[in-house]
Design a protein around this ligand. Structure first.
Ligand code: MG
Length: 341
């Protein structure tokens, strides 16, 4: 096998602001895995929150000696060996996992969802994310999100009440709220969630800092809205301790090392009585299409990372009427974006 990679700078349609910072350009790494004349595509979208950067991804990928893997169908042993190279580096590991799965699907000539026995008609509706911003910008973003029936609102900043007021003035749509660990005390979290119960909110993601799981359990006993773990749920082994504090998990390929572990996480969440959701970073259609392939197994999807950028070099999963539409093409179903778009 041959592995190559390059940096690609994603241009954001709007400044994207969440509780811990803001950005206008987001670099990712696109991976190509070649064997037997077939090229699998992968992507790493590193996040500082999890200690990764373009540099750490490059360093990790460079250290992989892909030539010692002779059979890309041996997904289990290849990915176990890549995972064992170093702790962390989960987005870097995900890029190899995604490229390998794409390769297998392309080599066999089937989309991954078919390989897993899933029904492409059962994809979920995806939410569309509205970042923290001034009232004018928030109002414009809500108007632009017309096609989406569910909006995900980023709170946990200074102006939660103002954000909600502007959004509720603009739309009556179902809302999901992501606090990104922004509410620092239990009392604040309970107060905010009780307020959101009155605002037509479906669930709240990561209300409290990940370091305070006991605090989240305390909050959960006092509120009615379901709580979904994001920063508290990186990999498979994180799931069992979440019982009692959360009602569901948000799986992201860039947190969990890729598709192989993501599918195991969905099954484990079910076994633990937790709902399964998939989210994303700001990514091209490579990363988003990879997660979309297993989306028929999910309760909730927040796979809009490619919709927030203006220079996606690829096309894959589409959104029609808010619903994810899986392409009938092998592997991830991703191809270079045609110039007519
Ligand atoms: Mg989140």
């Amino acid at each position: 096998m041959r592995l190559s990679f390059e940096r690609f700078d994603l241009q954001l349609r709007h400044v994207f602001r969440i509780a811990r910072g803001a950005s206008t350009v987001d670099p990712v790494v696109i991976v190509r895995l070649e064997h037997d004349g077939v090229v699998g595509l992968g992507e790493a979208a590193p996040s500082r929150r999890y200690g990764e950067s373009i540099d750490t991804v490059g360093k990790f990928l460079k250290a992989i000696d892909a030539s010692r893997f002779e059979d890309p169908f041996q997904v289990e042993s290849i990915l176990s060996s890549v995972d064992a190279m170093a702790p962390g580096n989960r987005a870097a590991k995900a890029s190899v996992d995604i490229a390998l799965h794409d390769w297998v699907g392309k080599r066999l000539g089937v989309p991954l969802y078919r390989l897993w026995g899933l029904d492409a008609r059962k994809t979920p509706i995806t939410s569309f994310t509205i970042g923290i911003d001034t009232p004018e910008v928030v109002e414009r973003k809500v108007r632009e999100a017309e096609e989406y029936s569910i909006l995900k609102v980023k709170l946990g900043g200074e102006n939660d009440e103002e954000m909600m007021k502007v959004i509720r003035r603009a739309t009556k749509k179902a809302l999901r709220v992501d606090a990104n660990e922004g509410w620092k005390t239990r009392e604040t979290a309970v107060e905010k969630i009780k307020w959101l119960e009155q605002e037509g909110v479906e669930f709240v993601e990561q209300p409290m800092p990940a370091s305070d799981l006991a605090g989240t359990a305390w909050v959960r006993e006092r509120v009615n809205l379901p709580l979904i773990a994001d920063e508290n749920c990186l990999r498979l082994a994180d799931i069992p301790p979440l019982r009692g504090a959360f009602d569901g998990i948000n799986i992201k390929l860039m947190k969990c090392t890729g598709v192989r572990e993501a599918v195991a996480m969905i099954q484990t969440a079910r076994a633990c009585g937790l709902k399964a959701m998939a989210g994303c970073m700001i990514e091209t259609s490579v990363g988003i299409s990879a997660a979309a392939q297993f989306s028929p197994m999910l309760d909730y999807a927040d796979l809009d990372g490619n919709l927030l950028i203006s220079n996606d070099p690829f096309e894959g999963v589409l959104v029609q009427g808010g619903r994810l539409v899986l392409p009938d093409r092998p592997g991830l179903g991703v191809r270079p974006r045609s110039s007519s778009d």
